[in-house]
Write a protein that binds this ligand. Structure first.
Ligand code: GDP
Length: 435
């Protein structure tokens, strides 16, 4: 018997908890701990149908349901059985313990999905999309995960690999028949074809910045002189009293954070302490923190009320220049937005600007990159292709073929086709037990 077992629902109390078994012998194991209400014995259960009955736990019985998914039409591609019991922590644990005492092995993190991947049920990138969906904290992040889960990226990768296959075939012809001209390797033509594939991959890789922000959220630093209205702007944007607003300069000693969803993307705002000189020790700490926020922020709102902006030389993200207190006066100077934290004027426009900066030119309706692992693999593929294109006609075709093959392998790592055991294990370590 090779059956793995785990509680698949989240730890905690709830209406229902699910214990999942997968592997050869799952149904016969279930037959030893599930007593159906009806006449049908567990061994004769029709697949994909729920049966009610008594579930044995260690030292108790619960009343619930059992469903059998027959291989290969199951999540893992193996025989799968789910026991649905009442959603108590101890109940679920007791039933899990029973499965283990009957010979099942406790599943490792992500082992169900790993088995699904190894049985060809989904690609590695699809599995990553699934866990991204599970871990998502915003709607945009769910959708980004869904794009991977639905094999949109793997389809794109496969089409790139197909294009690469054509070039590899042309190169191989030349390796096999170097003396023949017709149908042989035309270095210039193939260099162009290789460069075109590299360009495509590079364009895909360039979506990683936006993709990462969509998946992980965007940090926005609000900077500006004391009393310019940073705290007021943060409050107005978040629609709640989060930061302390005061007329006294230097009141915001520490960064105050607040999250906001704009177009489904999570934005974390940081109100930084007023950056000014000759300040006391406590405030200096705030200033250091403000600088570090400025350095790490994806977007910096440089707020000005006419007295000028603060030094933004530490900023690495996109800067949006915001004129605040436009209810008092308007600025003739060019600003990205003129707002009033007091009256709310211009705030919707500012939110749209912020959302636009986060995704830039990247279209979230198309395929984009959200995983660092995929980004790294794409860069390696580009590197190999550039080397192949640069060397076409200079070095021998078999060496060009090596570069092309490397690019192919790098792309295959994304779908999992050429991923090493180590890569696969690293991916599934990010999963929870029971998935
Ligand atoms: P911070 O030091 O930059 O965080 O500034 P605060 O948010 O504490 O605001 C300083 C002062 O400016 C407070 O008295 C606010 O009420 C006022 N203030 C902030 N925004 C506006 C605005 O848009 N219009 C007007 N009239 N006053 C504002």
């Amino acid at each position: 018997m090779d059956v793995i077992s785990a509680i698949s629902t989240a730890a905690g109390t709830g209406g229902v908890a699910i214990i999942r078994l997968s592997g050869e012998g799952a149904l016969s194991l279930a037959s030893r701990m599930f007593a159906p209400d009806g006449k049908t014995a567990v061994a004769d259960f029709s697949p994909y149908r729920m049966y009610t009955g008594k579930i044995s736990g260690e030292g108790f019985t619960d009343y619930g349901m059992c469903v059998y998914f027959r291989a290969p039409k199951s999540f893992t591609g193996e025989d799968v059985v789910e026991l649905h019991c009442h959603g108590g922590v101890a109940i679920a644990r007791g039933i899990l313990a029973k499965t283990l005492s009957l010979g099942a092995r406790a599943a490792e993190k992500g082992e169900f999905t790993k088995r699904a991947f190894l049985n060809g049920k989904l690609s590695l990138s699809s599995a990553e999309g699934m866990i991204d969906m599970i871990n998502a904290e915003s709607l945009a992040s769910v959708r980004a995960g869904e794009m991977l889960y639905n094999e949109k990226l793997s389809a794109e990768i496969k089409s790139l690999q197909d294009a690469l296959k054509d070039v590899l075939a042309a190169v191989s012809v030349d390796i096999d028949y170097p003396e023949e001209d017709a149908g042989g390797f035309n270095a210039a033509v193939n260099a162009a074809a290789i460069a075109e594939i590299a360009d495509k991959i590079e364009r895909l890789a360039s979506t990683y910045g936006a993709g990462k922000r969509v998946k992980d959220g965007v940090t926005v630093a609000i900077c500006g002189r004391p009393n310019v209205g940073k705290s007021s702007l943060l409050n107005a944007l978040l629609g709640c009293e989060k930061a302390i607003v005061s007329d006294e300069e230097g009141t915001t000693r520490d960064a105050v954070e607040g999250d906001l969803l704009i177009d489904g993307i999570k934005f974390s705002f940081f109100d930084t302490a007023g950056i000014r000189e000759n300040s006391g020790a406590v405030e200096s700490m705030g200033i250091e923190r403000a600088k570090s926020i400025l350095r790490s922020a994806d977007i910096v709102l440089s707020v000005d009320d006419g007295r000028g902006e603060v030094d933004l030389s530490d900023a690495n993200g996109e800067i949006l220049r915001v004129f605040n207190k436009c209810d008092l006066k308007r600025s003739a100077k060019r600003f990205d937005a003129q707002v009033s934290a007091a009256t709310g004027e211009g705030l919707e426009g500012l939110k749209n600007l912020i959302a636009g900066k986060a995704v830039g030119e990247t279209s979230l309706d198309k395929v984009f990159i959200i995983e660092r692992r995929h980004y790294g693999a794409l860069l390696r593929a580009v590197q190999s292709l550039r080397s192949a294109a640069d060397n076409a006609g200079i070095i021998t075709q078999d060496l060009i073929a090596v570069d092309l093959k490397d690019a192919w392998d790098a792309l295959g790592e994304i779908t999992g086709e050429t991923a090493s055991e180590q890569i696969i294990n690293t991916v599934f370590e990010k999963f929870c037990v029971g998935k």
